[in-house]
Design a protein around this ligand. Structure first.
Ligand code: NDP
Length: 294
């Protein structure tokens, strides 16, 4: 069997960004409203620092107002809530992103719940999660990674009706909303998790296999049904002694080389879902600004 197509997340993201840039310029010309994105980061987590920097750069490239609030790791819950309240009240800010994970003992859920739903461009608060669960996509902000994953899935398998989709992972951030989107696309959806029995056999029944687990290269070649579309959401840093002592590299939750032998199309890590996540954040921010402008 021929090798699977590698789904180019960078190219797909670049196309979304081009559309967002044009949309932002048109919105500002028409209404004077310039989309504004505020990113809040607490503590020094190195991976989060990298993500926040790239989100800020991309927001600027899109012509947005981009604001970063970096708070120390010992920030009190009330202080963080006060910052979110001030951003909720700021008419120049249309999107608020709270970078996760938060350092302990901060509890993300009560803070996320205070983000105004119309500025919750990460789609994580209960209003938007509820709208996604209800299939009310016209008013929801769909979380960025699931939204981006769907674009990539559709690019590889335009007709999803009746397909069996298996989503491995049931987090609020990724697994559950991807499952809701696949269901809305008329897939038959199975959600798997750490207690699922005989996961390899279940995965072998998937026309669309989404891995959102956080375990390096867990999904092996023989878990993949011939002709499946495989979406690898995982981002895992593993030792790479071949690059030198102490060096690391990024891998996904899927054994990419193995999966390529069976799948019709797979996303690489890096260069697959990751770039789409940032692109969808920009799209959601533009949507938020457009709604705010009436
Ligand atoms: P979570 O840790 O919140 O969830 C992981 C899920 O995987 C849980 O539902 C867990 O099951 C399940 N799981 C863990 N081990 C197994 C196993 N052995 N077999 C089956 N299921 C298992 O992670 P996230 O959903 O936040 O993220 C998942 C991955 O995606 C991570 O690698 C993360 O870095 C990456 N990510 C990538 C993004 C991107 O832009 N590309 C954005 C966000 C995340 P249970 O519920 O039973 O514990």
């Amino acid at each position: 069997m021929s090798q699977a197509t590698i789904i180019d997340g960078k190219a797909a993201a670049a196309a979304v960004i081009d559309t967002v840039k044009a949309g932002a310029a048109a919105l500002e010309a028409r209404t004077g409203v310039r989309p504004g994105l505020a990113v809040v980061i607490v503590g020094e987590d190195p991976a989060s620092q990298v993500y926040v920097a790239s989100k800020g750069r991309m927001a600027e490239a899109c012509g947005f107002k981009s604001v970063k609030h970096a708070l120390p790791a010992d920030t009190a819950q009330a202080e963080l809530a006060a910052l979110v309240a001030s951003l909720n009240a700021d008419p120049t800010i249309h999107g608020i992103l709270l970078q996760l994970p938060l350092p302990k003992p901060l509890d993300p859920l009560p803070i996320i719940a205070t983000i105004a739903p119309e500025k919750d461009v990460d789609g994580l608060n209960e209003v938007n999660a509820g709208r996604v669960a209800l299939g009310d996509f016209g008013r929801a902000f769909v979380p960025c990674t699931p939204a981006g994953s769907m674009v990539l899935i559709r690019s590889a398998m335009p007709d999803l009706r009746g397909r069996h989709a298996v989503v491995v992972g049931r987090s609020n951030l990724v697994g559950k909303p991807i499952a809701a989107l696949l269901l809305a696309a008329d897939c038959t959806v199975t959600i798997a998790h750490s207690r699922t029995r005989d996961l390899p056999a279940l995965c072998r029944t998937a026309d669309v296999l989404v891995a959102a687990v956080g375990r390096p290269e867990m999904v092996k070649a023989d878990w993949v049904k011939p002709g499946a579309v495989v979406i690898d959401v995982g981002i895992n840093r593993v030792p790479a002694p071949e690059k030198g002592e102490g060096k690391t590299r990024l891998v996904g939750d899927v054994d990419l080389d193995g999966a390529r032998a069976n799948a019709a199309a797979v996303t690489p890590v890096p260069g697959g879902v990751g770039p789409m996540t940032i692109a969808m954040l920009m799209e959601n921010t533009l949507v938020a600004a457009t709604r705010a402008a009436g």
